[in-house]
Design a protein around this ligand. Structure first.
Ligand code: IPM
Ligand code: MN
Length: 414
């Protein structure tokens, strides 16, 4: 089976990192039919096109969308972000932004592993508000936050279902209920109501400012975190920073009802300063593509994205992400790590070093190693909108249980 993937490289390093991600996927036995879309700041500057509705409709026909990065200094802030990225999130109803974090935080000795579920279609991102008397001393600007019971509840329910599918069975709501009393109250009540349907999931609440401390000082307290759009945007940059750097942070913009394609993108931006230097680290894009395989194409389960298993290895890994190169020591560690798989790291960009009946290993030049395992077994229920309120682990939908990992249906052999 061939999967149709829309690739929007976008701006800056976006096209470079998505190209590497596509190479990695092609190095597995997953067959992709990719179509490149020329969208982003450069296109906008050329002919004014951002994301016309007919292109959006074309995107709806794909199995998934792989996005690099958008934004260029030559275009005023907001034009491409709202017109392309947010338009896709809203119009394709990608209401969950799932961002997994795994790593050893600064000053920590043990690895943490948690997932942030960011509401992706509401909050301050909807663009409510306006400006009066712009540029005068009497200027007024308002920017509201829109929170619907429907939008909050479906996101919270997804987070509970995800938490129920993970060993720790724990979900933390992050908000600012002590100040944002209207929105916070709606979030808290939706959270509490859905919690009653998941008696096996332990819950916690943190104000967002406190969560910023805990992300750094005590990340191990988290398993699944659910939060609003803007808090989630900010917290996930922090999540990246404490998990090996933003160069590793992947994300899945999901339409859990599967009424259209989901979109997968690295959390990082377009980094115009390093375009074309070969220093862009493709890891986040590769991991986002791994999420795509797992969640959307239901083909491969990446069980280990080559994460360091101890603090010393983590230091090497962090170093790797800072300058985008692979130090010899890291490669040595990576070699040792894959030795058990009978894999060799070769020069070059991407290598499918091993394909067996039970799995594959892909090694990319940066030293990132993806180990995949084919799954067999009964097909799980989809995380579908018509799934109703089925409860319990059997209904666990969460195709993305962790960084690059999933539970999912059986994987057809190519
Ligand atoms: C992200 C980005 C986007 C966001 C920008 C580019 C609009 O920061 O995906 O986190 O704010 O959501
Ligand atoms: Mn962001």
């Amino acid at each position: 089976m061939t999967h149709r993937i829309a690739v929007i490289g976008g701006d800056g390093i976006g096209p470079e990192v998505t190209a590497e991600a596509v190479k990695v996927v092609r190095a597995t036995d997953v067959k992709l039919d990719t179509v490149d879309f020329d969208l982003g700041g450069a296109r906008y500057l050329r002919d004014g096109t951002i994301l016309p509705d007919d292109v959006l409709d074309e995107l709806r026909t794909f199995d998934a969308i792989l996005l690099g990065a958008v934004g260029t200094p030559d275009v005023p802030p907001g034009v491409i972000e709202r017109g392309l990225l947010l338009k896709m999130r809203f119009e394709l109803d990608l209401y969950v932004n799932q961002r997994p974090f795994e790593g050893v935080g600064p000053g920590q000795t043990a690895p943490h592993r948690f997932v942030v579920i960011r509401e992706n279609t509401e909050g301050p991102y909807v663009g409510e508000g306006g400006v009066l008397r712009r540029g005068t001393p009497a200027e007024v600007a308002t920017q509201g936050s829109v929170n619907t019971r429907h939008g909050v509840e479906r996101c919270v329910r997804y987070a509970f279902e995800l938490a129920a599918s993970r060993p720790a069975h724990h979900l933390t709501l992050v908000h600012k209920t002590n100040v944002l009393t209207f929105a916070g109250d709606l979030w808290q009540r939706a959270f509490d109501d859905v919690a009653a349907e998941f008696p096996d999931v332990a819950t916690a609440y943190n104000h967002v400012d406190a969560a910023c401390i805990y992300f750094v000082q005590d990340p191990h307290r988290y398993d699944v975190v659910v939060t609003d759009n803007l808090f989630g945007d900010i917290l996930t940059d922090l999540g990246g920073a404490v998990s090996g750097g933003i160069g590793l942070a992947s994300s899945a913009n999901l339409n859990p009802a599967r009424t259209g394609p989901s979109m997968f993108e690295p959390v990082h931006g377009s980094a115009p300063d390093i375009v074309g230097t070969g220093r862009a680290n493709p890891t986040a894009a590769v991991l986002s593509a791994a999420l795509m395989l797992a969640r959307c194409l239901r083909r491969v389960v990446v069980v280990d994205a080559g994460r360091p298993r101890n603090a010393a290895a983590a230091q090497l890994h962090n170093f790797l992400t800072r300058d985008g190169t692979a130090p010899t020591a890291f490669l040595a560690a990576a070699r040792a790590e894959v030795a058990g798989y009978g894999v060799t790291i070769l020069p070059g960009t991407v290598h499918a070093a091993d394909r067996t009946d039970t799995g594959f290993t892909v090694v990319v030049e940066s030293g990132l190693v993806l180990h995949g395992r084919r799954l067999r077994g009964p097909r799980r229920r989809e995380h579908g909108g018509d799934r109703g309120r089925a409860r319990g682990p059997a209904a666990a939908p969460a195709d993305l249980t962790d960084q690059g990992g999933v539970s999912g249906p059986p994987v057809a052999r190519a």
